[in-house]
Design a protein around this ligand. Structure first.
Ligand SMILES: [Zn+2]
Length: 339
């Protein structure tokens, strides 16, 4: 925290950090990859084609009207908090005037977390599907309001015990046509896949996996608890549900549920990271190499829904958090008379 405050005191500090992240070996034109020079207005010109660009152009910070000191503070809270934070708490903590601005910043950060071509899970992997979403605080058991989303969950299991990384993704249904692509997208061929007896998992051997099928009937016959056939996926599913209820107070609407689950997975897979500063670095590194995310794309529902995800409201733009040295202003007013 101390280092964060010392490093990123001004918007210019933040911009220079993004420049260093984006072009560690110096400016390279986005089209030809050649070098170039800095123009008077802070932009860069490519020596190959003469094209002009800025550090933030073509990234999620493209055309942002939110000062970078505010962005960095949100990113810091997002990356360093164990459970992340809600748009409401961002709005309150940073005194951002508009809930929607805070909401959109968090969604832009969420949208960069899934890196294309990331390593798939390997080793022994439990896979199951379950319904997530629709939970609201105060409603227990099956009395959940809202829609639930069928979600595929894959979790690496370690010997003799413990969990590795996990992955989650929305499923159209529990058929093999939906489950097989989920497994292929998230698990390395050759891995041992542990599932229950559901027919949708039949045929995984043909896809190059070792399939370890556990049947409830066999568990009962052995005197084991059939509910504990797949302890890793059930643990991860209950953590995800608790996180949606806790940090987000059930405000994760179903259209955006997959991106919330991406955030959950990102956090879960870094739960043992000792340096939160490294997580901050990683989020910014992903953000500066991610294409712009338009506001329209954030509010467009991924699935048909009756109610728009965000209430119509004027968007505001917060002032910079940059401050000149204040020179101990409390000395200027003198102590208040206290009898
Ligand atoms: Zn060029």
């Amino acid at each position: 925290m101390g280092e964060f405050q010392a490093w990123f005191r001004t918007d210019a500090d933040c911009l220079d950090y993004l420049e260093w992240l984006r072009w560690p070996g110096g400016f390279a034109g986005p089209d030809c990859g050649l070098g170039g020079w800095r123009l008077g207005d802070g932009r860069f010109m490519c020596s190959g084609c003469g094209g002009r660009t800025s550090v933030t152009a073509g990234t999620i910070f493209d055309r942002t009207r939110t000062p970078l000191t505010v962005w960095f503070s949100v990113c810091w809270l997002f990356a360093t908090g164990k459970d992340g934070l809600s748009a409401l708490s961002v709005k309150r903590t940073l005194e951002i005037g508009s809930y929607q601005t805070a909401w959109a910043m968090l969604h832009r950060l969420r949208s960069v977390l899934v890196r294309p071509g990331r390593d798939r899970l390997a080793g022994a992997v439990e896979v199951d599907e379950t319904y997530i979403g629709g939970e609201e605080p105060g409603l227990s058991g099956g009395r959940a309001k809202g829609k639930k989303m069928l979600t595929g969950i894959a979790v690496e299991v370690r010997e003799p015990k413990g969990f590795g990384r996990c992955r989650m993704g929305p499923l159209a249904d529990a058929s093999a046509a939906s489950l097989h692509p989920f497994v292929k997208d998230h698990v390395e061929p050759g891995a041992r896949i542990i599932t229950d007896g559901w027919q949708g998992y039949s045929g995984l051997e043909k896809l190059g996996y070792v399939h370890d099928r556990r049947s409830q009937r066999a568990a009962r016959a052995h005197g084991e608890d059939p509910g504990e056939l797949l302890p890793a996926v059930h643990r991860v599913a209950s953590l995800a549900k608790r996180w949606l209820l806790g940090t987000h107070q059930g405000s994760a609407d179903d259209a955006h549920l997959p991106t919330y689950l991406n955030e959950f997975v990102f956090r879960f897979n870094r739960r043992r990271s000792r340096s939160r500063g490294m997580v901050f670095y990683r989020v910014l590194e992903l953000a500066i190499s991610h294409d712009p995310v338009r506001y329209q794309d954030l509010i467009v529902a991924k699935r048909p829904r009756a109610v728009p995800p965000v209430p119509p409201q004027v968007r505001g733009h917060p002032p910079s958090l940059e401050r000149p040295p204040a020179n101990r202003p409390w000395r200027a007013v003198g102590p208040s008379s206290s009898g």
